[in-house]
Design a protein around this ligand. Structure first.
Ligand code: SAJ
Length: 401
């Protein structure tokens, strides 16, 4: 069996490698020639533990190669980004372009699967585009949607072990897609239709966004009430049916901060909580930035000099080097732009250098700063001792019990 993965990004590349490892012949396609060259040279263009070694193994086995153009195969997987454009409307042009690239190669009996996070109805829309161009394939092509669910940093394990939801445009399509995924997925493969599978992916990430918004709202209430939010949540979670997530400085990354808009854009009148959660999580970052600027002002009034401020963490979540849609980065940029002339030290232990921010080593920044702002709960920061001689704004629970 030969399969073609359209897109060698954060999900496409690992999935293509794991599929090749299971014995399938895999062609990985990317429009970025640099990605193709690096991949064929056995070098990862994304950071994911253990994956480079797996890439080198499948290259050696002859089961995998990267290229810029799709090749005739038995199955095609669309794993390209679905960003949003102005006013939070989903942009499915990458999915459509990748689909159009494979249309001339399709033959009767082939499998066509979309994995990219997509608005409800996208799979049916792509099926229509395919059958408009190739009407003779109607009834002879298996088309399905199967969203990925892996957590960056734990991708190899989760690709194999997570359950998956698979929805075809008809029963036979679902069965064919399930058969393919059973080559390398050990988790359960759950049957549904394509529209339910599409909304299921959006629902998973929106659910997490709503739950984080609840924690973030509590953190702002606690600030006013003079209550430690971490203690409060720990205590509330002692109830057998309560499980509150953790507050932070907002929600980042390219999934949870994006996917809920695919629901709110399509169902604006129905999606109240989902829309509000996005607002709250975005507002939390703004609120944190205001608190930092306020602390700087207070310091200056009290001490009659500008404070040295340490902004601890730029990544969108702990212990990774990914700055995409990061609230920590947004807050740091806003504090830097506040033109206070204070000395602002930027810290991110997971990256060596950055083209915008001059980075300072974390222990040095902690030592030098008058005001320390914890934005991302990296493990390194948890080794630091609380200091009474500093103003500490702990937005991510570094010093929680
Ligand atoms: N966050 C909090 N408080 C928490 C948990 C997370 O503030 O208690 C913040 C993080 O700091 C981060 C953001 O939420 O800024 C998102 O981080 P995450 O670890 O919750 O999720 P992602 O974006 O890395 O991956 C998510 C996962 N989805 C769910 O857990 C429902 C993953 O399984 C998906 O595959 C991925 O999105 C995706 O690609 O859609």
């Amino acid at each position: 069996m030969k399969v073609c993965f359209m897109g060698l990004g954060y999900i496409g590349l690992p999935t293509a490698i794991i599929a090749a490892k299971s014995g399938v012949e895999v062609v990985g396609v990317d429009i970025n020639t640099k990605v193709v060259e690096m991949t064929n040279a056995g070098k990862m263009h994304i950071k994911e533990p253990g994956l480079e070694e797996e890439l080198q193994n499948v290259l050696k086995s002859g089961n995998f190669k990267a290229t810029s153009h799709p090749e005739e195969s038995d199955a095609y997987f669309i794993v390209v980004p679905t960003p949003f454009k102005g006013d939070h409307q989903p942009d499915i042009s990458y999915v459509e372009n990748a689909t159009r690239m494979v249309i001339p190669l399709l033959k009767a009996g082939d499998l066509f699967v979309i994995e990219s996070t997509s608005p409800v109805g996208t799979t049916e829309e792509m099926a229509k585009i395919i059958f408009d161009e190739r009407p003779e394939l109607k009834g002879n092509l298996h088309i399905a949607y199967c969203p990925e669910r892996v957590l960056p940093g734990n991708v190899i394990y989760e690709l194999v072990n997570n359950d998956r939801v698979i929805g075809g445009i008809d029963e036979e399509s679902t069965s064919h897609a399930i058969e393919f995924y059973s080559h390398f997925v050990q988790g359960q493969l759950h049957r549904t239709n394509s529209r339910t599978a599409e909304l299921c992916k959006l629902t998973e990430n929106s659910s997490r966004d709503v739950q984080i918004a609840f924690a973030n709202e509590l953190s702002m209430i606690c600030e006013h009430a003079g209550i430690n939010v971490w203690d409060l949540i720990d205590l509330a979670n002692k109830h057998p049916r309560v499980n509150i997530l953790q507050p932070g400085c907002g929600v980042g990354g390219h999934c949870i901060a994006v996917d809920p808009y695919f629901i709110t854009a399509a169902y604006p009148k129905e999606s109240h909580i989902i829309a509000k959660a996005r607002e709250i999580n975005n507002y939390k970052a703004q609120w944190c930035a205001e608190r930092v600027k306020n602390a700087m002002l207070q310091f200056e009034l009290k001490k009659s000099r500008k404070p040295v401020v340490a902004m601890m963490g730029l990544a969108f979540k702990p212990n990774i080097d990914d700055l995409r849609e990061s609230p920590a980065k947004r807050i740091t940029a806003e504090v830097l732009q506040s033109k206070s002339n204070s000395d602002i030290l930027v810290v991110e232990p997971n990256i060596k250098e950055h083209n915008v921010f001059k980075l300072t080593e974390y222990t040095e920044a902690y030592e030098r700063a008058d005001i320390v702002v914890f934005l991302t709960a990296h493990n390194e920061f948890k080794t630091l001792e609380w200091r009474d001689d500093k103003v500490i704004l702990d937005f991510c629970g570094i010093f929680r019990k």
